[in-house]
Design a protein around this ligand. Structure first.
Ligand code: SAM
Length: 324
C-alpha cells in the first residue's frame, strides 16, 4: 500500500496519455496554445503500462485514463487492456470530451474500461461552440449514444457551470441525465492556468440548493467510483447528482490520488507544483524495484492540500498539461 506523510492511502492513479486536445474549452486550454510537450518526451504506451503495473504492485486498484483528450492517442484500448491484466486492478475508467467516442467506445469496453466520464457543458450547440471553440455537439451526442449501447457500467456527464454562459442549462442537463440513466457531475472551475483563473468564480453551493429543491435531492452517503465527488439522489433514485467542489469545500484530507503526465511526471497534487520525473529513470534502464522505490518516495512528498483559494494565481500550468 502507498501511504503519504499525512496518513492518506494512495490507491488511485490518473494517467494522462497526451496533453493535446481537439477542443479549446475556455476554462482549460487557451486558443493558440503553443506549450504542448514534444513527441520525444511522451512516454510510450509500453512505458506508461510499466509505470501502471508498478502502481498496481504497490496496491493501486483504480486507474483513470485522461488527458488532454485521451482518444487522440493511438493504441489507448491496448493500454487499457494491459492495465486490466495487472493483478489487483479493480477499476479502469476514462475521461473524454466524446468527440472521438463513437469510433472507440466498443473497443474500450472490450479492453476492460468499466466507467466513463464524458464532458458536456450544455445541450445547446451554440453554447457548446462558445465554450469549446468547436461545433461538436452532434459528434459528442453520437459518441454518448454509442457509449451507452456499448454497456459501460456507469456513465457520468462532467459539466463545469460558468456564470452567464451555461448556468441556465442545469435543468436541461439534469433532464438529459435522468432520461439516459447518467450521473450529472458538476465541477467547480479551478484556477489552473490563465484560462482557469478567469473562470474560477462559481461556487456550486447555491447550485446545489437550487437543484435540491427542484428535484427533492437527498444526500447519498455511499461511494460511487472512489473519486472526490459528493452525491445526492432524488427520492425515486432516478437522478443522481455529483458535486466536485475544490473551491467552496475542498476534500484534500481524503485525497487518494496522484497523476502521471504524458511526459512521465508524477504530479502529487493538482493544485501544487510538486512532481517527480519518472521518464529519466525508465530511459536509464531502472529495475522494477527501483521504479517502485521512486514511486514510494514520490508519494511521501505529496503536499497536504492545494491553495486554489488562498493563492489563486499559483498554478500556471493548464489542466490539460496534468491530466484532469
Ligand atoms: N479531454 C477530456 C475531457 O474533456 O473530458 C479529458 C481531460 S479534461 C482536462 C478533464 C476534465 O477537466 C473535464 O471534465 C473538464 O471539464 C475539466 N476541466 C478542465 N479545466 C478545468 C478547470 N480549470 N477547472 C475545472 N475543471 C476543469
Amino acid at each position: 500500500m502507498l501511504t503519504d506523510t499525512f496518513g492518506r492511502t494512495i490507491d488511485y492513479l490518473r494517467i494522462s496519455v497526451t496533453d493535446r486536445c481537439d477542443l479549446r474549452c475556455t476554462y482549460c486550454l487557451p486558443q493558440g496554445f503553443k506549450g504542448f510537450a514534444v513527441p520525444k518526451d511522451w512516454l510510450t504506451l509500453e512505458e506508461t503500462a510499466r509505470i501502471a503495473a508498478a502502481f498496481a504492485r504497490l496496491g493501486t486498484k483504480r486507474f483513470r485514463l485522461t488527458g488532454g483528450e485521451p482518444l487522440l492517442r493511438k493504441g489507448l484500448a491496448d493500454l487499457a487492456a494491459d492495465i486490466a491484466r495487472c493483478e489487483g486492478v479493480e477499476d479502469i475508467s476514462l475521461t473524454t470530451n466524446g468527440t472521438q467516442l463513437a469510433k472507440h467506445a466498443r473497443a474500450l469496453r472490450e479492453a476492460g474500461v468499466r466507467r466513463l466520464n464524458i464532458s458536456l457543458d450544455s445541450l445547446r450547440g451554440d453554447c457548446v461552440k462558445q465554450i469549446t471553440g468547436a461545433d461538436c455537439l452532434p459528434q459528442v451526442l453520437e459518441g454518448i449514444e454509442t457509449a451507452k449501447a456499448a454497456g459501460f457500467e456507469r456513465i457520468k456527464i462532467n459539466m463545469v457551470p460558468l456564470k452567464g454562459i451555461n448556468d441556465a442549462d442545469l435543468d436541461d442537463m439534469a433532464a438529459f441525465c435522468i432520461r439516459h440513466g447518467f450521473i450529472l457531475n458538476l465541477i467547480e472551475a479551478m484556477p489552473m492556468g490563465s484560462t482557469g483563473q478567469e473562470h474560477a468564480n462559481v461556487s456550486l453551493q447555491p447550485v446545489l440548493a437550487q437543484l435540491q429543491q427542484k428535484f427533492g435531492l437527498i444526500p447519498f452517503e455511499g461511494s460511487i467510483g472512489g473519486g472526490p465527488a459528493r452525491y445526492w439522489k432524488s427520492a425515486d433514485s432516478s437522478f443522481t447528482l455529483g458535486l466536485i467542489t475544490p473551491m467552496s469545500r475542498h476534500f484534500c484530507a481524503t485525497c487518494n490520488r496522484v497523476r502521471l503526465s504524458a511526459t512521465g511526471n508524477l504530479h502529487l497534487c493538482l493544485g501544487q507544483e510538486d512532481k517527480v520525473a519518472l521518464r529519466p529513470l525508465l530511459r536509464d534502464g531502472c529495475t522494477d524495484a527501483e521504479l517502485e522505490t521512486a514511486i514510494r518516495e514520490a508519494v511521501m512528498r505529496k503536499p497536504e492540500k492545494h491553495e486554489f483559494v488562498e493563492n489563486p494565481k499559483k498554478i500556471i500550468r493548464v489542466m490539460a498539461a496534468t491530466g484532469g
